[in-house]
Each structure stands twice: as C-alpha cells, then as structure tokens.
Design a protein around this ligand. Structure first.
Ligand code: ATR
Length: 281
C-alpha cells in the first residue's frame, strides 16, 4: 500500500514534519507521502477539512491553530486526547476518523531517550514553566507516568491552576508565580520550559532566572529555534543536564507514525540530522 499522510495548520510552509515522516517511511521500507495542507484563517475550515478527508488520506497531523477545533469534526477521540482537550494526530480507521494527542507522551519519550533512568524515581520534583497547550500535554503525560511532585509556574497563574485540575490522585501540584518559583528553584530536580519566550527572533529574552538551580538537575526547553536557548545556555553554565526541544518533535512524530502504521521506527541518527538542518537555517 502507498500511505498518504498530511499536516493541517497555519502557517506550516516551513514545517519539519514532511522531512521527519519521509525519513520514517524510508526507514520502515514503506511507500508513502506526507503533504502540507495549509488551511488559512480565510478558508472555510470545514470545507477544506472535508476535501482532505474525501481524499482518503490514512492519517494527518494537526497543528496550531486547529488542535482544539478539529475535535468536533472527528468520529471518536482517544481518552488521553479528550482529557488534554487537544488533538495533534488523526487516523483513518476504516473510514472513521479517530483523534489522538502525541505531544505529551512524545515529549516524555524524548526526555527518556536522553535520560534513560528518568522514570525510575517518581518522587523527583518537577517544575513546569508555562501554561499553554504544550504544557497541558506534558503535565498530563507526567501525571499518567506516575510522577508525584509536579509544580507549575506561569505569568498568569489562573491558567496554571486550570492545568493542575488534570492531576491524578497521587500527584501534588503547587501553582506558583514566576517570582515564587525562582526563589525556591533549588527544590527542583527537573525544570521544563514550555513557553514561547526565548524563541527566534526574540532569542535574547528570558522570563526565568536559574540563579538558585540545584546540582545536579535537568533543564529542558521545548523551544528548538534556536537549538540551544538562552535558558539552556545558563543551565549548561550551571552544570545541569540539558534536554533539547527538537527531540520532542522527533518523538511525538514517532508516536504519530506508530498510530498510523503500527510501526515504531527508531530515531537513530535523525537527531543529529535534524540538528544540522536547524543550524543551517
Ligand atoms: P501554546 O501554543 O503552547 O498553546 P500559548 O497559549 O501561546 O502556547 O502559551 C504560551 C505560554 O507562554 C503561556 O504560558 C504564556 O504565559 P501566559 O499564560 O501568562 O500568557 C507564556 N508567555 C508568552 N509570552 C510571555 C511573556 N512575555 N512573559 C511571560 N510568559 C509569556
């Protein structure tokens, strides 16, 4: 069979997903294509989506600004995606459209690929910075994985409190202002930066100081442009273990590809290839 995959969102012309999925297809020895299907704010979303679905694609990814909007157009949605309230992967199962969310679980896979023992100690203290859609998926994945202490800090604490409602029976979560979290930073073993602050072209911007960073600790930033954000540079100077945002891209895609094809393709040297690709931009 020849697989047909697509990406919907806006703007997506520079998306890395076609490269990533084509690599997976090649590695898995499968035939197929992954196309960009941009839906602009001026388009009729339902009309364009129907055209894509009528084309009998086997699956598609959904990115901003449609991860929530897509839900009402699907036949069914996986329980995790329902809890997160957003879908980034849709599969065509015998004509039925089923939605999944691979962002949080993909993030966790990427973290564990760098730190294989990460899951062993569920009592490590984790701090999430931010409260956007990505934060929600990551928080949910950490709760599902059984981590016991996950605090959230954000400029707007109400949004953090909203995410904290996803906590299970065993997780404790404090909601903190950015200033409060900076002050008690030495309490955390893992810091995960999920805001857009520090992304090109505003890569000099940081909203969070790492002065009180504990040693040893892990600092993760989901931004991948630049590859090493200012926050990660500070973490490197402080001797922390670093986790880079571009790896999340690879692993959330790996999981999506698995949902579509049933094949888990190893990432292998795609990490280095993607780094080179991003540096060349
Ligand atoms: P997503 O695309 O993941 O849904 P988003 O809704 O754009 O992300 O959220 C971006 C995150 O970056 C939020 O946590 C936002 O803080 P607020 O919830 O207070 O808006 C954070 N963010 C963006 N710009 C910021 C800034 N200049 N200072 C502090 N936080 C900022």
């Amino acid at each position: 069979m020849v697989y047909q995959f697509a990406l919907i969102g806006y703007p997506i012309k520079h998306s890395l997903s076609p490269w990533i999925h084509q690599s997976f297809l090649n590695k898995a020895n499968l035939e197929g294509m992954y196309s960009i299907y941009e839906i602009t704010p001026d388009d009729s979303f339902s009309r364009k989506l129907k055209r894509l679905m009528d084309d009998q694609v086997d699956g598609f990814n959904v990115t901003v600004p449609y991860k929530e909007k897509i839900i009402s157009f699907l036949d069914d949605i996986d329980e995790d995606a329902a809890k997160i309230g957003a879908v980034n992967t849709v599969v065509n199962r015998n004509g039925k459209w089923i939605g999944y969310n691979t962002d949080g679980a993909g993030y966790l896979r990427s973290l564990e690929s760098k730190f294989p023992d990460f899951h062993l100690d569920k009592s490590k203290r984790i701090l999430l910075i931010g409260s956007g859609g990505a934060t929600r998926g990551i928080y949910y994945a950490l709760v599902q994985a059984g981590f016991l202490h996950i605090d959230i800090t954000n400029r707007t604490t109400e949004k953090a409190a909203e995410i904290a409602k996803l906590k299970g029976n065993f997780t404790t979560t404090a909601v903190l202002s950015l200033e409060q979290a900076e002050e008690i930073l030495q309490e955390y073993d893992v810091i995960i930066q999920t805001t857009s602050v520090g992304m090109k072209p505003n890569h000099e911007k940081v909203i969070f100081r790492l002065n009180q960073l504990k040693s040893p600790s892990i600092v993760s930033d989901i931004i991948y442009q630049p590859l090493e954000t200012k926050l990660l540079k500070q973490a490197r100077d402080a001797g922390a273990g670093l986790h880079f945002g571009h790896t999340m891209l690879l692993y959330q895609a790996q999981y999506a590809f698995e949902i579509w094809t049933g094949r888990k393709v190893p990432i292998g040297n795609m990490d280095e290839h993607l780094q080179r690709h991003l540096e060349g931009r």
